[in-house]
Ligand binder design. Structure first.
Ligand code: C2E
Ligand code: MG
Ligand code: MG
Length: 574
């Protein structure tokens, strides 16, 4: 079957055209073409019609190749540009390639034309596919699907950028954190559907009283935030009062008048914090204070931070947790879907608190980060995980152990030396250690992260990008990153709807294109595991595979349970 091909030929000779068309016919193409001779005619042709490929002959009197390429570049179109040269030496070929042509075919060697076109069309298709994918991913990563408002990722990035300009221009920025007062009452009374409809109304209502350059986003649940890029405390307070009045007015949802009201916390750059995370946290603290205040709003003060005695006590206790041996690791296996084999386990930290029982990492790692305890804590985790790796090797089950690395630890100047020393001490080869770094940690300082990761890779340590999908990293950045693995965040996996499937599929395609392995976390059922296998996912981890294993349980499980399950349960996922 002949394939159609629309060619714009830049040439002054009909002989060239005949030569080209004949060659393409011979190779199974059904070409349609137009011949032009001047740069102006090229521009016109590009506007008028869609072209698959442009072929320019280098012997036209009023036309030079580089101006043709410039015309194409200016049009913004992504069309392969191939030069056909009558010259007998490769010199001209080199010159046109330098000018930006994708290939140069010598007239004496026209057999190269069809394969060159084929190859370049493939490249364009791949590029267009990736651009589309990037567009979808970008929207998904930056917007809340329910309200289509910017999400936390968007807001954080925008805030950070705004901070940089505000810093240069010595002006202030205000951040308002808004929480609805009676939202849970409403969903309990009228159901979640009403709740969702109501949430969709909030954005437009607030938008109505904002300036064009202000940003409103939804941070999740019934929590919204507004970024005022040029406001000080007074301006922010004034707007907050107006906003509260607006929120007191009822919302009409499906014929029902709903009265909800809101509480608003205010934090201002630079007075209350000089970077995005801190401002967000402080606006949040102020919002909690606002809930208790009669005014319905509150501006952050440091007293609000100190007023949290529970947190203070925990920080002191955390300091002693390492010496008192209250920290321990649990291990979660990752299954390779094709083979059912367990290639690695992830180490997950727990704190056995003397009064409060076992605490999950989310309850103390942020605190450790803030109080500077994270580096000694990470060192402890690395030591324990590497020593566990050694134990598994000794019982004949060499597996890779993955350790989660937090933002501060990645930035720790001693981290590389520490890791290298620990590996030596426990006689574990570096490729048996994997570091899981979340996408948002990477993106906090992309250039620096890249540098550290390259150094770790040079050492032989493996790198995994954790919670992928929750912080948008650009394709070009991912390409530069020498990662071995991407872990799709469990929020996308656990309730995989139509949209989830698109995200998972495109992430897998993207990763595989870059030669990166894909792991799905949070797999709780057989169905999900089968579905992921069908989508081409390489590995899964989650409750369905195994409960979290203690350091005593892990070697036994690897010897006993894993080989049995590999044959009987896991491998059948194919
Ligand atoms: P993560 O690295 O994304 O780890 C996966 C989390 O999902 C773990 O929660 C795990 O217990 C949970 N999970 C795994 N499978 C399932 C499942 O099938 N269903 C459900 N519902 N949950 C599942 P965990 O242990 O609470 O850890 C939370 C986060 O804390 C981790 O997220 C990681 O970012 C961080 N973390 C854990 N250990 C450390 C550590 O040693 N150092 C640092 N810096 N962070 C750690
Ligand atoms: Mg992890
Ligand atoms: Mg994760």
């Amino acid at each position: 079957m002949h394939r159609s091909l629309r060619i714009l030929i830049i040439s002054h000779s009909d002989d060239d055209v005949t030569l080209i068309i004949r060659e393409l016919h011979r190779n199974g193409y059904e070409p349609t073409y137009e011949r032009v001779e001047t740069a102006a005619a090229v521009t016109q042709a590009l506007v008028k019609k869609i072209w698959d490929v442009i072929i320019a002959c280098d012997t036209i009197p009023h036309f030079d190749i580089s101006s043709g390429l410039k015309t194409l570049e200016n049009s913004g179109l992504d069309i392969p540009f191939i030069v056909i040269s009558g010259a007998t030496s490769e010199e001209i070929a080199v010159a046109s390639m330098k000018a930006g042509a994708l290939d140069c075919i010598l007239k004496g060697n026209m057999a190269r034309l069809a394969p060159a076109i084929e190859r370049e069309l493939g490249v364009v298709e791949q590029r267009q596919y990736q651009t589309r994918m990037e567009g979808t991913l970008r929207h998904v990563h930056y917007y809340d699907p329910l309200t289509d408002l910017p999400n936390l990722t968007f807001l954080k990035e925008r805030l950070q950028k705004t901070i940089i300009t505000a810093h240069h221009e010595s002006r202030s920025i205000a951040l308002l954190m808004i929480n609805l007062n009676r939202f849970s009452e409403i969903t309990e009374t009228f159901g979640h559907q009403y709740g969702d409809l109501l949430l969709k109304e909030i954005g437009p209502r607030i938008r109505g009283i904002l300036h064009e350059s202000d940003v409103i986003g939804r941070l999740g649940g019934d929590k919204f935030a507004v970024l005022l890029p040029t406001a000080d405390v007074e301006a922010a307070t004034q707007l907050t009062r107006t906003l509260l009045r607006e929120m007191e007015t009822s919302f009409l949802v499906e014929g029902v008048h709903l009265y909800i009201g809101a509480s608003i916390g205010i934090a201002v750059f630079p007075d209350h914090g000089e970077y995005a995370d801190l401002l967000l946290r402080r606006a949040d603290i102020a919002m909690h204070a606002a809930k208790k205040s009669d005014l319905g709003y509150a501006t952050y003060t440091s007293a609000m931070d100190r007023a949290n005695p529970k947190r203070l006590a925990l920080a002191t206790e955390l300091k002693h947790a390492i010496q008192k041996e209250e920290l321990f690791l649990l291990y979660q296996p990752k299954v390779e879907l094709k083979t059912g084999h367990i290639g690695s386990v992830e180490a997950l930290l727990r704190w056995q608190h003397p009064e409060r029982g076992i605490l999950p990492p989310d309850e103390f790692i942020p605190l450790a980060e803030r109080s500077g305890l994270i580096n000694p804590m990470t060192l402890w985790v690395l030591g324990a995980a590497i020593s566990q790796c050694h134990v598994c090797r000794q019982v004949g089950k060499p597996i890779v152990v993955a350790v989660n690395l937090s933002t501060r630890s990645l930035k720790d100047p001693k981290i590389i030396d520490n890791i290298s020393n620990l590996l030596k001490t426990h006689a574990v080869p570096s490729q048996y250690l994997k570091l899981e770094i979340t996408e948002s940690t990477l993106m906090e300082d992309p250039r620096r992260s890249l540098e550290i990761i390259k150094r770790l890779k040079r050492m032989g340590v493996r790198i995994s990008i954790d919670d992928f999908g929750t912080g948008y990293s650009s394709l070009s950045y991912l390409k530069k990153l020498p990662a071995d693995e991407i872990k799709i965040d469990k929020s996308f996996i656990m309730d995989m709807d139509q949209e989830g499937i698109v995200i998972v599929r495109s992430t897998i395609d993207l990763a595989h294109n870059l030669g990166i392995t894909v792991v799905a976390e949070g797999v709780e059922s057989r169905d999900l595991m089968d579905q992921l296998a069908g989508l081409g996912c390489d590995e899964v981890q989650g409750n369905y595979i195994s409960d979290l294993l203690s350091s005593d349980e892990l070697p036994l499980w690897l010897i006993d349970t894993a080989p049995k399950n590999a044959k009987t349960i896991w491998r059948t996922a194919l």
